[in-house]
Design a binder for this molecule. Structure first.
Ligand code: NAP
Length: 246
């Protein structure tokens, strides 16, 4: 562990050294291990926040009250050891899609993590005309990484593409002027999300990734299927890719 950044009492990010030979594609996750007081190791899946070219690994975590893994994790300090399974996992990657010109990245809570990794890699910026990043949280102080996203215009590599990014924070449990406040599962069927973004969800143009609360992922996928979108599979390319994640 090389760096720890608390966002709220329940949310924090951390960095580790990157083991030699640990390779991944943006959007994938790793299995992290922490040693418990009885000497056994607890493992949990975490998407990388950092990009495939970063020399460190960064992760974003919630502290689950009395959670076996996150309680141990949140006790670690800079300099402490974290285990990592060298195998990378997951299919929430741009390789799932063919075609499309608008990339929609729809997240709740810590589910924004893989999308930050995707935005830390040149592929998405070069491949799409528009990138829509929606982050739905309960309270405004949980809009982690807002600064990072809003400062892409100053980014030395991606600054020239920053005009492509439309960032839409959604805060559902407190009224914040100028912010959407309904769940994604309401914003999509009503058309409010498309109006707010200024783009239509379109079978030819849109490629959509969902990550976060498993119920949100399921229900949003249903709402998109009702509009004709299909989950992308190797045998039959579609427009949707998902990861359940907390
Ligand atoms: P969350 O409960 O999934 O909420 C994050 C966002 O997703 C909120 O905007 C929420 O809207 C929305 N959402 C939740 N279920 C949805 C659904 N079925 N369809 C569409 N949108 C949905 O995630 P979280 O706040 O990161 O909490 C994750 C877990 O940690 C939960 O078990 C929670 O009890 C626990 N926890 C959370 C906090 C906290 O302060 N956030 C603190 C301690 C523990 P709504 O506001 O309408 O639900």
């Amino acid at each position: 562990m090389t760096w720890i950044h608390p966002w709220t009492p329940h949310l924090f990010s951390f960095r580790t050294t990157r083991p030699k030979g640990f390779r991944f594609t943006a959007g994938q996750f790793a299995r992290l291990g922490v040693e418990k007081s009885d000497g056994s190791v607890a493992w949990r899946a975490y998407s990388m926040v950092s990009g495939p070219y970063d020399e460190f690994l960064e992760f974003y975590s919630i502290v689950v009250p009395n959670g076996e893994f996150t309680s141990e994790l949140s006790r670690l300090k800079v300099g402490d050891t974290l285990l990592i399974d060298k195998q990378n996992h997951g299919f929430l990657t741009l390789g799932r899609f063919t075609g499309g010109s608008d990339l929609w990245l729809l997240s709740t809570g810590t589910g924004i993590a893989p999308f930050l990794s995707i935005l830390a890699d040149p592929t998405a910026w070069e491949s799409f005309e528009h990138i829509v990043l929606v982050h739905s949280v309960r309270h405004a102080n949980e809009l982690a990484y807002r600064d990072t996203v809003e400062k892409f215009a100053e980014h030395e590599l991606f600054g020239e593409f920053a005009h492509k990014l439309i960032y839409l924070p959604v805060v559902t449990r407190e009224p914040i002027a100028g912010h959407l406040s309904k769940r994604l599962t309401d914003l999509i069927p009503s058309g409010e999300l498309e109006r707010q973004v200024g783009l239509n969800l379109d079978l030819d143009r849109s490629r959509i990734m969902l990550c976060g609360n498993p119920e949100m992922v399921n229900d949003t996928r249903k709402a998109l299927k009702a509009k004709g979108f299909q989950t992308s599979r190797q045998s039959s390319p579609g427009q949707i890719a998902v990861e359940n994640y907390w």
